[in-house]
Design a protein around this ligand. Structure first.
Ligand code: NAD
Ligand code: ZN
Length: 350
């Protein structure tokens, strides 16, 4: 039986990022105390920086999110922080799922020995991490509320799944979402849609996760087929994150991991490519397609003549490595239902 941990404190609302100043102030007791900002590289030349309470002692790291987080990249950032020869009093992650996960992992690796990839898995973290604040700038992954810090190492995309990955404090300020490019906005939002569907249609949910996922899904439909409301979208993202983190993903995420690993595709995009072919498993795919249609998003056929049989085989293997999600979707006998042939058949349609 799981003993679920949730984010303890959060601010929600337009302008709520202003609370960062007093949160940091309350952590600094001595002159030498410093915080580490981990900020998505998009904001390097953006006004947000001048609004942040950055002090001379503080360290600002711009997370390059051109590719999704790699374990070695996280190790490099940890080494930079360690050059300060003192632990920061807080790590502040500002960005999308990639940056939020990088900041989570840094907070863990500063107090736990070894490299990031050694902690990919479940409950491998021993020592309490540095206090961390998560500030999402794009909505959908729910990373701000979950207990995983996703990263890719040589052969696997797997998170640091641990209570120590949960943010101590979250600030959800919808004003930070205004600059997200349209396509990216939809892809990441659809990640939330899919989290809810996979959680609801799986076997590892419970009354709590069902409640969160149902409400989040209802809000997503309302937002994308009715009235856009960024604050509500941030809430739906958080609730979808709570639902999926305490149940599991299903068929779409394993397929998307295979696509991302071999073709280096971003999470939200690969989720959309995979979900588009899953109508036989998830009736909600119809609404998903309607949302894409209304937002004028046309998904290309990505499995074309450039993709070799070997690449498809690697994608299928990477998909089938996701034992827990697939068991969630199909039950203990999942291997006899979701065969490699079936997976390859689905991938070829994408
Ligand atoms: P992202 O963090 O990868 O960012 C995508 C792009 O959006 C980047 O180019 C970034 O620069 C840009 N961007 C972000 N905010 C912006 C803003 N306000 N204005 C303009 N551009 C902005 O996107 P994502 O979809 O949020 O995150 C995907 C990552 O999250 C993947 O690595 C995935 O594995 C991970 N993930 C984690 C969890 C979790 O629970 N930890 C859950 C789902 C996905
Ligand atoms: Zn996801």
């Amino acid at each position: 039986m799981k003993n679920s941990k949730l984010v303890q404190h959060y601010y929600l609302g337009s302008g709520s990022i202003k609370n960062l100043e007093h949160l940091i102030f309350s952590k600094k007791n001595q002159d030498k105390d410093f915080v580490v900002f981990v900020i998505d590289h998009f904001f390097k030349n953006n006004l947000i920086l001048s609004e942040l309470p950055v002090n001379v002692n503080d360290l600002t790291l711009f997370a390059d999110t051109t590719d999704e987080p790699r374990a070695e990249y996280i190790d490099d950032l940890v080494s930079i922080v360690k050059q300060k020869k003192q632990l920061p009093v807080a790590i502040i992650g500002i960005g999308g799922g990639s940056t939020l996960d990088i900041a989570k992992a840094i907070s863990i690796l500063l107090t736990n020995p070894g490299k990031a990839e050694e902690y990919q898995g479940w409950d491998l973290v021993k020592f309490s991490p540095v206090y961390k604040i998560g500030i999402p700038t794009i909505a959908g992954t729910g990373a701000e509320f979950t207990r995983t810090a996703v990263m890719t190492s040589k052969i696997k995309k797997l998170g640091i799944n641990s209570d120590h990955s949960v943010y101590d404090q979250v600030i959800m300020d919808p004003d930070l979402l205004h600059t997200v490019p349209k396509d990216q906005f939809i892809y990441t939002a659809m990640d939330c849609f899919v989290h809810n569907v996979e959680s609801l249609r799986g076997r590892q949910n419970d009354a709590m996760t069902i409640a969160f996922a149902q409400k989040s899904l209802e809000m997503m439909k309302d937002i994308f087929l009715g009235n856009m409301d960024l604050e509500k979208l941030m809430v739906a993202s958080a609730m979808g994150g709570i639902a999926v983190a305490n149940s599991n993903v299903g068929i779409c995420h394993p397929l998307s991991y295979g696509l991302s690993l071999v073709l280096n595709l971003h999470h939200g995009y690969s989720i959309c490519i995979a979900m588009n072919q899953l109508e036989e498993y998830y009736p909600e795919v119809q609404e998903f397609k309607e949302i894409l249609r209304r937002n004028k998003i046309v998904l290309p056929k990505i499995i074309n003549d450039d993709i070799t049989d070997e690449m498809i085989d690697k994608m299928a293997e990477a998909t089938l490595n996701n034992e827990r999600p697939l068991e969630n979707a199909f039950g203990p006998e999942w291997r006899s239902i979701f065969t490699k042939e079936k997976v390859i058949d689905l991938i070829r349609k994408m």
